[in-house]
Ligand binder design. Structure first.
Ligand SMILES: *[C@@H]1O[C@H](CO)[C@@H](O)[C@H](O)[C@H]1NC(C)=O
Ligand SMILES: *[C@@H]1O[C@H](CO)[C@@H](O)[C@H](O)[C@H]1NC(C)=O
Ligand SMILES: *[C@@H]1O[C@H](CO)[C@@H](O)[C@H](O)[C@H]1NC(C)=O
Ligand SMILES: *[C@@H]1O[C@H](CO)[C@@H](O)[C@H](O)[C@H]1NC(C)=O
Ligand SMILES: *[C@@H]1O[C@H](CO)[C@@H](O)[C@H](O)[C@H]1NC(C)=O
Length: 384
């Protein structure tokens, strides 16, 4: 409380205390600081302060006076009304009460007491490895060996999120050990364990980088593609495994001749591109992966489909024929107009003119047709 006061406030209190000790001889006693917590491995000074001159004694209980003890207690008379006690917490001890007794010259006595409590921040012990390697499918225990007084609460995190237990796979025991049964590649990553002492809001972290070694597994995301010739294609091989597997591509039993032109690798060797496909490119392509833990391969069968040969030539022939026909027709039309000859002339005279009509008509209709052609169309209704 006094610490929080302004210097002016302190002086006022000091003056008041002095006044009190001079004019009123009532024996007042206090231990400073009032909180008896000591961090393990450290020491702390306590002052027993009397309001008047007095004989001061530090006591462990009502009848046992504290004696100086190497690494535990050290007392010192500061002045006629103040005596200090330096307490060292070199090892854990249960909470204990210590007292300060004062007896003034007038025979008045007073006692103050304080509870000594050894505390400890969360502290990691042994097993401080921050990188751990495991083989896939093995059973893994990640300890979080931490001490603290009171004992800290342990929580495991992965990528910043508290791990939720997954029955049969992930579990955390009361002592803070994280167990992973049959660890998988997907379990790899950065873990950390947090030790927390709620009452003092103290926490400590320990990072553990978990590495999972596994044999490769490869797959394609398509089967047996059929691709037209002359086009370009590429296949992506999806690979898992750790350490990073080496990839090789085979066509049949031969390594694909990666010339950077016809066959090109990209995406760290995971993608094989083939340009200008032709029939000879058809066949089995294998993506093979190997690392120190094993190997695996997968194969697809590429079928190259020919673009039907005739189509291009056929279209050209068709166009030529059409042009020829139009030309002939134009020539014929000219002949018909100028010289009254040719195929159209023939049509005009033999088919449309005197020749027999294409449709057989009734006698009456036939008569009418010769007289008024337009009516025939209406009556018969066939030429329309
Ligand atoms: C743990 O890792 C995080 C990030 O990955 C880093 O910020 C932090 O400093 C690390 N802590 C320790 C104790 O190494
Ligand atoms: C295969 O994977 C590639 C690359 O991720 C993707 O572009 C493609 O769409 C996938 N194909 C199929 C059939 O899933
Ligand atoms: C490719 O063609 C074969 C028959 O030639 C057929 O069985 C197969 O399903 C086709 N594949 C695709 C991906 O269309
Ligand atoms: C195939 O790839 C080659 C080389 O990259 C390119 O010149 C050609 O135009 C591509 N062909 C097709 C049909 O995309
Ligand atoms: C693929 O793997 C099998 C067995 O795992 C092996 O017999 C075969 O030779 C491999 N194929 C290639 C092309 O590496």
């Amino acid at each position: 409380m006094m610490l929080k006061m302004s210097p002016q406030g302190c002086s006022v209190i000091l003056v008041l205390l002095l006044t009190k000790s001079v004019f009123c001889s009532k024996l007042g006693l206090e231990i400073i600081p009032a909180k008896g917590e000591i961090f393990l491995g450290e020491g702390k000074d306590f002052l027993c302060k009397s309001s008047v001159e007095a004989t001061i004694k530090w006591m462990i209980s009502d009848d046992e006076e504290i004696e100086d003890e190497e690494g535990r207690y050290k007392q010192k008379d500061i002045d006629e009304s103040v005596k200090s006690l330096y307490v060292t917490a070199s090892r854990f001890e249960p909470d204990r009460v210590i007292q300060c007794h004062a007896e003034s010259e007038s025979g008045e006595t007073s006692t103050a007491q304080i509870k000594l409590r050894i505390i400890q921040k969360p502290t990691f012990v042994k097993d401080v490895a921050t990188r751990k390697e495991f083989t896939a499918d093995s059973m893994v225990k990640l300890p979080c060996d931490v001490v603290g007084i009171p004992h800290p609460q342990v929580t495991w995190y992965r990528y910043g999120m508290a791990i939720t237990p997954l029955p049969g796979h992930l579990s955390a025991s009361a002592d803070g050990t994280l167990t992973i049964e049959k660890i998988q590649l997907s379990d790899a990553g950065m873990y950390y364990c947090m030790a927390y002492i709620r009452e003092r809001n103290e926490m400590a972290y320990k990072n553990v980088s978990v590495i999972v070694n596994a044999a490769p597994i490869v797959r394609f995301n398509y089967t047996n593609p059929n691709i037209t010739s002359k086009s370009n294609t590429s296949f992506t091989c999806f690979v898992t495994g750790h350490p990073e597997p080496q990839i090789t591509w085979k066509k049949g039993d031969e390594k694909v001749p990666l010339d950077g032109q016809k066959y090109v690798l990209s995406a760290n060797g995971l993608e094989l591109s083939i340009t200008e496909l032709d029939k000879s490119d058809a066949g089995e392509y294998t993506c093979h992966a190997v690392n120190s833990y094993g190997e695996h391969n997968t194969t697809l069968f590429l079928q190259v489909i020919d673009v039907p040969q005739g189509v291009g030539a056929g279209v050209v022939t068709g166009i030529i024929l059409l042009v020829l026909l139009v030309t002939l027709l134009a020539v014929d039309l000219t002949c018909y107009r100028t010289r009254r000859r040719g195929f159209l002339m023939y049509l005009a005279t033999h088919v449309l003119g005197q020749s027999a009509p294409r449709v057989k008509l009734e006698d009456t209709d036939l008569k009418k047709e010769t007289m008024a052609k337009s009516h025939v169309v209406n009556i018969s209704g066939i030429d329309a």
